[in-house]
Ligand binder design. Sequence first.
Ligand SMILES: C[S@@+](CC[C@H](N)C(=O)[O-])C[C@H]1O[C@@H](n2cnc3c(N)ncnc32)[C@H](O)[C@@H]1O
Length: 280
Amino acid sequence: MATMEPGIARHYDISGLEERIIAALADTGVDVAHLRAGDLEAADEFHIGGVAATKELVDQMDLKPAIKLLDIGSGIGGPARFVANNAGAEVTGIDLTQSYVDIATSLSKRTGMAGKTRFVQGSALGMPFADDSFDAAIILHVGMNLPDKAKLMSETARVLKPGGVFAVYDVMRLKDGALTYPLPWATDETMSFVATPDDYRSAATAAGFSVTAERPRGAFAIKFFAEVRARMTAAQAEGKKPPPGVGLIMGEDARTKIANLTAALEGGILAPVELILRLG
Ligand SMILES: C[S@@+](CC[C@H](N)C(=O)[O-])C[C@H]1O[C@@H](n2cnc3c(N)ncnc32)[C@H](O)[C@@H]1O
C-alpha cells in the first residue's frame, strides 16, 4: 500500500502555497514582515473546525509543560505551533508531503517558533523515530489517507512512552453510502481509506491503548462548512479573493471538495470523530 503514498503527496502539493497564504494575510492587513503564530491561525489548520477544533482536542489531553509531543501528518504546522505555544510542548511533526514539511518549517521560522517545533518528512506507517521517543501524540485528519489503521496504532504505540496519550481527530464513516470525489483528502477513491470508529477502536486496543473518550462532531462540522461557504460566497459577490481559511490550502477545486464533504456530513455518512487513547 506504500505505493499509494506518492499520489497522496501529489494530491496535497499545491504550487506556491506559502506565498498564497502570506499574500492572503497581507490583504487582510496582517503585518507579514513580523508574523506571530496567531496571525496564521485561519490558514494553517487543515481540518474541520480550524484552531477551535485543535484546542478542544488538546484540552482533553491534560498535557504537562515541556513534554515531547508528536504530530502525525502535521501538514503546514498549525496544530504543532498551537500546542507548542499553548501547552509549552516541544513538538515534532511528521508528514508525507515534502512541500508541507518545508512550509511548516518556514512558517515556524517566520513566527519565531523554530526552536519549539521541528518537521520531518516520512510516513505515519513507518516512522523514523526510536521506541519511547514521545510523551504524547496527536493526529488530525490524516487517518483517511492511511490504509492500515493497525499499523498506525502499533507505530504510534512504539514511539510513545508507556502511559502516553494519543488524541485522534479524523473523519470517520458512520454508515454505508457512496462518497463523491474529490474530497479534501483524496482526488479519487484510490487515496481514501475512511474507517469506522469501531475500526479505530479495535486497532487501538490491539496496539495496547485504552479508549478514555470518544466524541462524534458531525453537527459542529456542518456548521463550520456553512460558515466557510458563506465567507467564500460573500467575497465572490464583492469580487474579492476568498479570505484566508481552510479553502486556501485545498487549492483550485476547494469549493467542490467542500460541497462533496458537506453532502456526506449532512447525509450522516461521514463525521469527524475525536478519540482520546492512553497507552497501557
Ligand atoms: C488534511 S491534512 C491535515 C494536516 C494537519 N494534521 C492539520 O490538521 O492541519 C492531511 C495531512 O496528512 C498527510 N499525510 C497523508 N498520508 C500520510 C502518511 N502516510 N504519513 C504522514 N502524513 C500523511 C498529508 O500530507 C497532509 O499533510
